[in-house]
Design a protein around this ligand. Structure first.
Ligand SMILES: Nc1ncnc2c1ncn2[C@@H]1O[C@H](COP(=O)(O)OP(=O)(O)OP(=O)(O)O)[C@@H](O)[C@H]1O
Length: 284
Protein backbone atom coordinates (compact mmCIF):
# COMPACT_ATOMS: atom_id res chain seq x y z
CA UNK A 1 0.00 0.00 0.00
CA UNK A 2 1.12 3.55 -0.69
CA UNK A 3 0.10 6.33 1.60
CA UNK A 4 0.58 9.98 0.65
CA UNK A 5 -0.13 12.32 3.51
CA UNK A 6 -0.33 16.10 3.62
CA UNK A 7 1.95 16.65 0.65
CA UNK A 8 2.94 20.23 -0.20
CA UNK A 9 5.31 21.57 -2.83
CA UNK A 10 6.48 25.11 -3.38
CA UNK A 11 8.80 25.73 -6.38
CA UNK A 12 9.16 29.44 -5.61
CA UNK A 13 10.04 29.49 -1.92
CA UNK A 14 7.45 32.25 -1.57
CA UNK A 15 4.63 30.13 -0.21
CA UNK A 16 3.03 29.68 -3.66
CA UNK A 17 2.08 26.04 -3.52
CA UNK A 18 1.94 23.96 -6.72
CA UNK A 19 0.71 21.10 -4.53
CA UNK A 20 -1.29 21.84 -1.40
CA UNK A 21 -2.16 19.38 1.35
CA UNK A 22 -2.58 16.38 -0.94
CA UNK A 23 -3.41 13.05 0.74
CA UNK A 24 -4.49 9.72 -0.72
CA UNK A 25 -3.83 6.00 -0.50
CA UNK A 26 -3.36 3.34 -3.16
CA UNK A 27 -3.85 -0.38 -2.64
CA UNK A 28 -2.39 -3.38 -4.47
CA UNK A 29 -4.21 -4.00 -7.73
CA UNK A 30 -5.69 -0.51 -7.78
CA UNK A 31 -5.50 1.90 -10.69
CA UNK A 32 -5.55 5.33 -9.11
CA UNK A 33 -5.90 8.29 -11.46
CA UNK A 34 -5.16 11.96 -11.05
CA UNK A 35 -7.48 13.86 -13.38
CA UNK A 36 -6.90 17.57 -13.88
CA UNK A 37 -6.05 20.25 -16.43
CA UNK A 38 -2.57 21.40 -17.38
CA UNK A 39 -0.80 23.02 -14.45
CA UNK A 40 -3.02 21.36 -11.84
CA UNK A 41 -0.06 19.71 -10.09
CA UNK A 42 -0.25 16.16 -11.44
CA UNK A 43 3.38 15.91 -12.58
CA UNK A 44 4.62 17.57 -9.42
CA UNK A 45 3.02 14.87 -7.26
CA UNK A 46 4.22 12.14 -9.62
CA UNK A 47 7.76 13.54 -9.65
CA UNK A 48 7.92 13.68 -5.85
CA UNK A 49 6.63 10.11 -5.58
CA UNK A 50 9.21 8.80 -8.06
CA UNK A 51 12.07 10.69 -6.46
CA UNK A 52 12.62 13.13 -9.34
CA UNK A 53 11.69 16.01 -7.05
CA UNK A 54 12.75 16.37 -3.44
CA UNK A 55 10.02 15.75 -0.88
CA UNK A 56 9.63 19.13 0.84
CA UNK A 57 6.71 18.58 3.16
CA UNK A 58 4.44 15.63 3.88
CA UNK A 59 4.84 11.87 4.00
CA UNK A 60 4.98 9.15 1.37
CA UNK A 61 5.01 5.64 2.79
CA UNK A 62 5.25 2.33 0.99
CA UNK A 63 4.01 -0.53 3.17
CA UNK A 64 4.49 1.67 6.20
CA UNK A 65 8.06 2.77 5.40
CA UNK A 66 9.01 6.24 4.22
CA UNK A 67 10.17 6.06 0.59
CA UNK A 68 13.00 8.44 1.54
CA UNK A 69 14.40 5.76 3.81
CA UNK A 70 14.18 2.96 1.23
CA UNK A 71 15.34 4.88 -1.84
CA UNK A 72 17.20 2.04 -3.62
CA UNK A 73 14.70 -0.60 -2.64
CA UNK A 74 11.92 1.68 -3.91
CA UNK A 75 13.72 2.34 -7.22
CA UNK A 76 13.83 -1.41 -7.81
CA UNK A 77 10.10 -1.67 -7.21
CA UNK A 78 8.80 1.10 -9.45
CA UNK A 79 8.26 1.50 -13.17
CA UNK A 80 8.01 4.98 -14.63
CA UNK A 81 6.53 5.91 -17.99
CA UNK A 82 6.36 9.65 -18.46
CA UNK A 83 5.33 11.67 -21.47
CA UNK A 84 8.67 13.27 -22.29
CA UNK A 85 10.86 10.32 -23.11
CA UNK A 86 14.44 10.43 -21.88
CA UNK A 87 15.82 7.81 -24.23
CA UNK A 88 19.32 7.26 -25.56
CA UNK A 89 18.58 8.22 -29.13
CA UNK A 90 21.88 6.85 -30.49
CA UNK A 91 21.09 3.41 -29.08
CA UNK A 92 18.60 1.02 -30.63
CA UNK A 93 15.31 0.20 -28.94
CA UNK A 94 16.77 -3.09 -27.74
CA UNK A 95 19.96 -1.45 -26.45
CA UNK A 96 17.94 1.17 -24.58
CA UNK A 97 16.12 -1.53 -22.66
CA UNK A 98 19.25 -3.62 -22.14
CA UNK A 99 21.11 -0.62 -20.73
CA UNK A 100 18.25 0.39 -18.43
CA UNK A 101 17.85 -3.20 -17.19
CA UNK A 102 21.45 -3.02 -15.95
CA UNK A 103 20.53 -0.24 -13.51
CA UNK A 104 18.34 -2.51 -11.41
CA UNK A 105 19.58 -4.83 -8.71
CA UNK A 106 16.62 -7.18 -9.15
CA UNK A 107 15.95 -9.71 -11.94
CA UNK A 108 14.64 -8.07 -15.10
CA UNK A 109 12.49 -9.11 -18.04
CA UNK A 110 13.85 -10.06 -21.44
CA UNK A 111 13.93 -6.78 -23.47
CA UNK A 112 12.86 -8.61 -26.62
CA UNK A 113 9.77 -10.00 -24.91
CA UNK A 114 8.74 -6.50 -23.84
CA UNK A 115 9.44 -5.01 -27.28
CA UNK A 116 7.24 -7.68 -28.85
CA UNK A 117 4.55 -7.01 -26.28
CA UNK A 118 4.27 -3.33 -27.26
CA UNK A 119 4.54 -4.07 -30.97
CA UNK A 120 8.14 -2.90 -31.42
CA UNK A 121 9.71 -6.30 -32.06
CA UNK A 122 10.41 -5.48 -35.71
CA UNK A 123 12.04 -2.16 -34.78
CA UNK A 124 14.27 -3.56 -32.01
CA UNK A 125 17.49 -2.88 -33.93
CA UNK A 126 16.47 0.57 -35.15
CA UNK A 127 18.00 3.61 -33.42
CA UNK A 128 15.59 5.32 -31.00
CA UNK A 129 16.30 8.56 -32.89
CA UNK A 130 14.48 7.06 -35.86
CA UNK A 131 11.42 6.05 -33.83
CA UNK A 132 8.20 8.04 -34.25
CA UNK A 133 6.75 9.86 -31.23
CA UNK A 134 4.30 7.02 -30.60
CA UNK A 135 7.07 4.41 -30.91
CA UNK A 136 9.21 6.29 -28.38
CA UNK A 137 6.24 6.40 -26.05
CA UNK A 138 5.81 2.63 -26.39
CA UNK A 139 9.53 2.10 -25.82
CA UNK A 140 9.38 4.11 -22.58
CA UNK A 141 6.32 2.12 -21.56
CA UNK A 142 8.13 -1.17 -22.27
CA UNK A 143 11.11 0.15 -20.29
CA UNK A 144 8.85 0.82 -17.29
CA UNK A 145 7.99 -2.90 -17.16
CA UNK A 146 11.60 -4.18 -17.14
CA UNK A 147 11.84 -4.77 -13.38
CA UNK A 148 8.34 -6.28 -13.01
CA UNK A 149 7.34 -3.22 -10.98
CA UNK A 150 5.15 -3.40 -7.92
CA UNK A 151 4.16 0.21 -8.55
CA UNK A 152 3.73 1.66 -12.01
CA UNK A 153 3.65 5.41 -12.64
CA UNK A 154 2.07 6.38 -15.95
CA UNK A 155 1.79 9.92 -17.29
CA UNK A 156 -0.84 10.27 -20.05
CA UNK A 157 -0.28 6.62 -21.04
CA UNK A 158 -2.56 6.65 -24.09
CA UNK A 159 -2.14 10.18 -25.41
CA UNK A 160 -1.15 10.48 -29.04
CA UNK A 161 -1.37 6.73 -29.70
CA UNK A 162 -3.43 5.41 -32.57
CA UNK A 163 -6.46 3.37 -31.42
CA UNK A 164 -4.98 -0.08 -32.09
CA UNK A 165 -1.77 0.76 -30.19
CA UNK A 166 -3.73 2.43 -27.37
CA UNK A 167 -5.73 -0.76 -27.04
CA UNK A 168 -2.55 -2.88 -26.70
CA UNK A 169 -1.19 -0.56 -23.98
CA UNK A 170 -4.56 -0.53 -22.21
CA UNK A 171 -4.62 -4.34 -22.13
CA UNK A 172 -1.12 -4.45 -20.65
CA UNK A 173 -2.15 -1.94 -17.95
CA UNK A 174 -5.20 -4.05 -17.10
CA UNK A 175 -3.02 -7.17 -17.00
CA UNK A 176 -0.61 -5.41 -14.59
CA UNK A 177 -3.58 -4.55 -12.39
CA UNK A 178 -4.63 -8.21 -12.38
CA UNK A 179 -1.12 -9.04 -11.20
CA UNK A 180 -1.75 -6.76 -8.18
CA UNK A 181 0.47 -3.89 -9.32
CA UNK A 182 -0.35 -0.48 -7.84
CA UNK A 183 -0.86 1.84 -10.79
CA UNK A 184 -0.74 5.61 -10.49
CA UNK A 185 -1.91 7.33 -13.62
CA UNK A 186 -2.15 11.02 -14.47
CA UNK A 187 -4.29 12.36 -17.25
CA UNK A 188 -6.43 15.24 -18.39
CA UNK A 189 -8.54 12.83 -20.46
CA UNK A 190 -11.81 11.91 -18.73
CA UNK A 191 -12.33 8.88 -20.98
CA UNK A 192 -8.98 7.37 -19.97
CA UNK A 193 -9.75 8.07 -16.30
CA UNK A 194 -13.18 6.53 -16.57
CA UNK A 195 -12.14 3.48 -18.53
CA UNK A 196 -9.08 2.51 -16.55
CA UNK A 197 -9.28 3.89 -13.02
CA UNK A 198 -10.75 2.29 -9.93
CA UNK A 199 -10.37 5.59 -8.14
CA UNK A 200 -10.17 9.04 -9.68
CA UNK A 201 -8.93 12.08 -7.78
CA UNK A 202 -9.86 15.43 -9.29
CA UNK A 203 -6.92 17.79 -8.90
CA UNK A 204 -7.17 21.51 -9.45
CA UNK A 205 -4.71 24.27 -8.49
CA UNK A 206 -2.67 21.80 -6.48
CA UNK A 207 -5.56 20.50 -4.40
CA UNK A 208 -7.63 17.32 -4.53
CA UNK A 209 -11.24 18.47 -4.75
CA UNK A 210 -12.93 15.05 -4.88
CA UNK A 211 -11.84 11.43 -4.97
CA UNK A 212 -13.88 8.27 -5.53
CA UNK A 213 -14.68 5.63 -8.15
CA UNK A 214 -15.94 7.15 -11.43
CA UNK A 215 -19.35 5.59 -10.73
CA UNK A 216 -19.61 7.05 -7.23
CA UNK A 217 -18.46 10.47 -8.45
CA UNK A 218 -21.30 10.40 -10.96
CA UNK A 219 -23.84 9.23 -8.39
CA UNK A 220 -22.72 11.83 -5.89
CA UNK A 221 -22.23 14.88 -8.07
CA UNK A 222 -23.87 14.11 -11.41
CA UNK A 223 -27.45 15.13 -12.07
CA UNK A 224 -29.50 12.45 -13.77
CA UNK A 225 -31.15 13.66 -16.93
CA UNK A 226 -33.05 12.36 -19.93
CA UNK A 227 -33.04 13.60 -23.47
CA UNK A 228 -36.50 13.45 -25.03
CA UNK A 229 -37.09 13.74 -28.74
CA UNK A 230 -40.66 14.34 -29.88
CA UNK A 231 -42.42 15.25 -33.08
CA UNK A 232 -44.46 18.41 -33.35
CA UNK A 233 -45.83 20.04 -36.49
CA UNK A 234 -43.76 17.67 -38.63
CA UNK A 235 -40.53 18.73 -36.88
CA UNK A 236 -38.39 16.81 -34.35
CA UNK A 237 -37.73 18.75 -31.14
CA UNK A 238 -35.50 17.67 -28.29
CA UNK A 239 -35.31 18.65 -24.64
CA UNK A 240 -32.94 17.68 -21.82
CA UNK A 241 -34.80 17.32 -18.52
CA UNK A 242 -33.36 16.74 -15.05
CA UNK A 243 -35.16 13.93 -13.26
CA UNK A 244 -34.61 15.31 -9.77
CA UNK A 245 -36.11 18.68 -10.65
CA UNK A 246 -39.89 18.85 -10.01
CA UNK A 247 -40.57 21.29 -12.84
CA UNK A 248 -38.64 19.09 -15.30
CA UNK A 249 -40.44 16.01 -14.00
CA UNK A 250 -43.84 17.63 -14.72
CA UNK A 251 -42.62 18.70 -18.13
CA UNK A 252 -41.51 15.11 -18.89
CA UNK A 253 -44.95 13.79 -17.91
CA UNK A 254 -46.61 16.43 -20.05
CA UNK A 255 -44.47 15.57 -23.06
CA UNK A 256 -45.19 11.85 -22.67
CA UNK A 257 -48.95 12.50 -22.41
CA UNK A 258 -49.32 15.08 -25.14
CA UNK A 259 -46.60 14.62 -27.75
CA UNK A 260 -45.55 11.93 -30.16
CA UNK A 261 -42.33 10.73 -28.46
CA UNK A 262 -39.62 9.46 -30.82
CA UNK A 263 -36.83 8.61 -28.35
CA UNK A 264 -36.01 8.93 -24.65
CA UNK A 265 -32.39 8.44 -23.61
CA UNK A 266 -31.08 8.63 -20.08
CA UNK A 267 -27.94 10.73 -19.88
CA UNK A 268 -25.18 10.44 -17.29
CA UNK A 269 -23.01 13.35 -16.33
CA UNK A 270 -19.48 13.06 -17.69
CA UNK A 271 -16.47 13.32 -15.39
CA UNK A 272 -15.62 16.61 -17.10
CA UNK A 273 -19.08 18.05 -16.33
CA UNK A 274 -18.61 17.09 -12.68
CA UNK A 275 -15.10 18.56 -12.71
CA UNK A 276 -16.55 21.84 -14.02
CA UNK A 277 -19.28 21.76 -11.40
CA UNK A 278 -16.72 21.36 -8.62
CA UNK A 279 -13.98 23.68 -9.86
CA UNK A 280 -15.59 26.09 -12.30
CA UNK A 281 -13.14 25.07 -15.03
CA UNK A 282 -12.77 22.37 -17.68
CA UNK A 283 -10.05 19.77 -18.17
CA UNK A 284 -8.35 21.28 -21.23
N1 LIG B 1 10.15 23.42 -12.34
C1 LIG B 1 9.17 24.27 -12.02
N2 LIG B 1 9.44 25.49 -11.53
C2 LIG B 1 8.46 26.35 -11.17
N3 LIG B 1 7.14 26.07 -11.27
C3 LIG B 1 6.80 24.88 -11.76
C4 LIG B 1 7.79 23.91 -12.16
N4 LIG B 1 7.15 22.81 -12.61
C5 LIG B 1 5.82 23.07 -12.50
N5 LIG B 1 5.62 24.29 -11.99
C6 LIG B 1 4.30 24.92 -11.70
O1 LIG B 1 3.61 24.09 -10.79
C7 LIG B 1 2.23 24.00 -11.13
C8 LIG B 1 1.85 22.55 -11.32
O2 LIG B 1 2.51 22.07 -12.49
P1 LIG B 1 2.50 20.52 -12.92
O3 LIG B 1 3.50 20.36 -14.02
O4 LIG B 1 2.66 19.68 -11.72
O5 LIG B 1 1.02 20.38 -13.49
P2 LIG B 1 0.39 19.22 -14.36
O6 LIG B 1 -0.99 19.02 -13.83
O7 LIG B 1 1.28 18.04 -14.40
O8 LIG B 1 0.30 19.85 -15.82
P3 LIG B 1 0.55 19.13 -17.27
O9 LIG B 1 -0.66 18.28 -17.51
O10 LIG B 1 0.64 20.29 -18.20
O11 LIG B 1 1.82 18.35 -17.17
C9 LIG B 1 2.03 24.88 -12.34
O12 LIG B 1 1.59 26.14 -11.93
C10 LIG B 1 3.42 24.97 -12.94
O13 LIG B 1 3.59 26.18 -13.62
Amino acid sequence: MIEVKNLYHDYTGRGEYAVYNVSFTMEKGEIFGFLGPSGAGKSTVQNIMTGLLRLQQGKINYNGKSINKIKNEFFNKIGVSFEHPNLYTKLTGYENLKYYAGLFSVPTEDPMKLLNMVGLGDSASKKAADYSKGMKQRLVFARSLLNNPKILFLDEPLSGLEPSTASIIKDIIIDMKKRRTIIFLTTHNMFVAEELCDTVAFINEGKIVASDSPRNLKLKYGEKSVKVEYRENGKVNSEVLFIENDKDKDRLNKLINTKKIETIHSQEATLEQIFIKLTGRGLS
